[in-house]
Design a binder for this molecule. Structure first.
Ligand code: SF4
Ligand code: SF4
Length: 147
């Protein structure tokens, strides 16, 4: 059975605001007055994020950040750093990211794409947001539970 962590509305020791402060370091670069076409790229989460961090590692612009802390995770997107290259989409193991164009003014704040509780994989002991019979998605595939 596929399951994810407890609902994000449960009491948290770390607030969303604090999470974002940690992700952005408290300060950000300012967008330029005239934004080129590729900076209109907008990332949306359409499926279940595993909190694996592959997209954030792949992003050459650091427009995606994954933070894991106190048993919770947060994946944030910063539009004014994104150049629309699409590398994150190619890297995402669950195929849960989509890229589109957004004509509204460039977003100046980091946007939370996913957040929630982390579980521990019974095989690799790694932190994951999704388990299949107690296994993280990578280990579930390795032991033949999924293809
Ligand atoms: S499209 Fe490219 S720059 Fe934008 S978040 Fe994805 S990897 Fe980063
Ligand atoms: S969006 Fe995809 S690649 Fe990024 S952390 Fe979530 S599952 Fe991993």
């Amino acid at each position: 059975m596929v399951s994810s962590g407890p609902d994000a509305s449960q009491p948290e020791s770390l607030t969303r605001r604090r999470f974002l402060q940690l992700l952005t370091g408290g300060g950000r670069q300012q967008p330029s007055p005239s934004e080129p076409e590729e900076r209109r790229a907008w990332l949306t989460l359409v499926g279940l994020c595993h909190a694996c961090g592959a997209c954030a590692k792949a992003c050459p612009k650091e427009a995606l950040r994954l933070l894991k802390k106190d048993g919770r995770f947060l994946l944030a997107f910063q539009q004014d750093l994104c150049d629309g290259c699409g590398l994150c989409l190619k890297t995402c193991v669950s195929g849960c990211l989509t890229l589109s164009r957004r004509d509204e003014p460039l977003e100046q704040n980091a946007v939370i794409l996913a957040e929630g509780a982390l579980l521990v994989c019974r095989r690799c002991r790694g932190a994951t947001a999704v388990v299949v019979d107690g296994y993280c998605p990578f280990c579930a595939r390795a032991v033949g539970l999924t293809s």
